[in-house]
Design a protein around this ligand. Structure first.
Ligand code: GLU
Length: 296
């Protein structure tokens, strides 16, 4: 029975099938929601068509189901939510919190990825331009701190770490930062559990939540699974898809990787048995211990 106010979500982009690293994230987010008697949602982040292929959506949903990671409520698709993003953007525009930017890629590269505010006060037309959110330029006012349940305290100075960041790209596509914040609010998400590569996005998202008048969320970022060359597993470097006919052993391996210490005796057990062991024995603390060991 779903009884708590906890709402978690898994939000894959359809740039490829789930690999072991994304399965670890899905499983962690699922178990954290289930042990809190929470709701667990799936959102397909299909807002960047050049980097995606719709054929992966069916594969991802099938992979989740075959691994026993059943979601509550209907899946939502970011490709269908453009009107809502535009409305949220218009709200920020009325409050003069955004501006149009016509800086070229070459110019942005020169500034090392931290936007220097060049177009802030220029009156550039919003059509065919990138749209950026103004971040405070005064030291300390630009400081955003989060308390991550796995990594602990994490802080950024937005002015020097990111600068004014993009909400809508010049090609008309909304940015991941913006769409995910609008959707987390829309879906009533309270807890975010996802890959550690997104920890550095959290302060920007918290700042956006504040600008939009949304509630701040609870964060837990999972250390990244790496391949033998020390690279993050990713769809881009052709990491192998998690095979559905190996669901039970994939789950066992994911639990072992998460330092949950699954016993050998459940290796190869039916998916439902593995998940029910995992729910009864789930300890986020064990992931924190893994992070400490990795750091030492
Ligand atoms: N769509 C992102 C990804 O596939 C995850 C976004 C999130 O969890 O905030 O990496």
């Amino acid at each position: 029975m779903l009884s708590s106010s906890y709402v978690g979500r898994f939000a894959p982009s359809p740039s490829g099938p789930l690999h072991f690293g994304s399965l670890v994230c899905a499983l962690t987010s699922f178990l954290d929601a289930r042990v809190h008697n929470g709701t667990w949602l799936v959102r397909i982040e299909d807002i960047d068509p050049p980097r995606e292929d719709p054929k992966h959506i069916k594969t991802i949903l099938n992979q989740l189901e075959r691994h026993g990671l059943h979601w509550d409520k209907n899946v939502i698709y970011q490709s269908e939510r453009q009107t809502q993003y535009q409305l949220a953007l218009d709200g920020l525009s009325t409050r003069k919190l955004i501006f149009a930017c016509e800086c070229s890629r070459a110019r942005l590269r020169q500034s090392g990825g931290v936007y220097d505010g060049r177009c802030r006060e220029r009156q550039i037309s919003f059509s065919d331009s990138a749209i950026r959110l103004k971040v405070p330029q005064t030291y300390l006012y630009d400081r955003v701190k989060i308390f991550d349940r796995i990594f602990g305290e994490y802080c950024q100075h937005l002015a020097s770490d990111t600068g004014d960041f993009v909400l809508k790209r010049r090609d008309g596509l909304f940015s991941y930062q913006f769409a995910s914040v609008v959707d987390d609010q829309f879906q009533g998400v309270t807890h975010i559990v996802r890959g550690g590569d997104l920890l550095e996005s959290a302060p920007r998202q918290v700042y956006l939540q504040n600008c939009l008048g949304y509630k701040n969320l609870d964060y837990a970022h999972i250390p990244l699974v790496k391949n033998k060359h020390g690279q993050k597993l990713s769809k881009q470097n052709q990491s192998k898809p998690a095979q559905v006919n190996r669901a039970s052993s994939n789950l066992w391996a994911a639990l072992a990787w998460l330092n949950q210490k699954p016993p050998q005796s459940i290796y190869g057990a039916p998916v439902t048995d593995i998940l029910s062991w995992a729910k009864s024995n789930w300890r986020l603390q064990h992931i924190r211990e893994k992070v400490k060991q990795m750091g030492s």
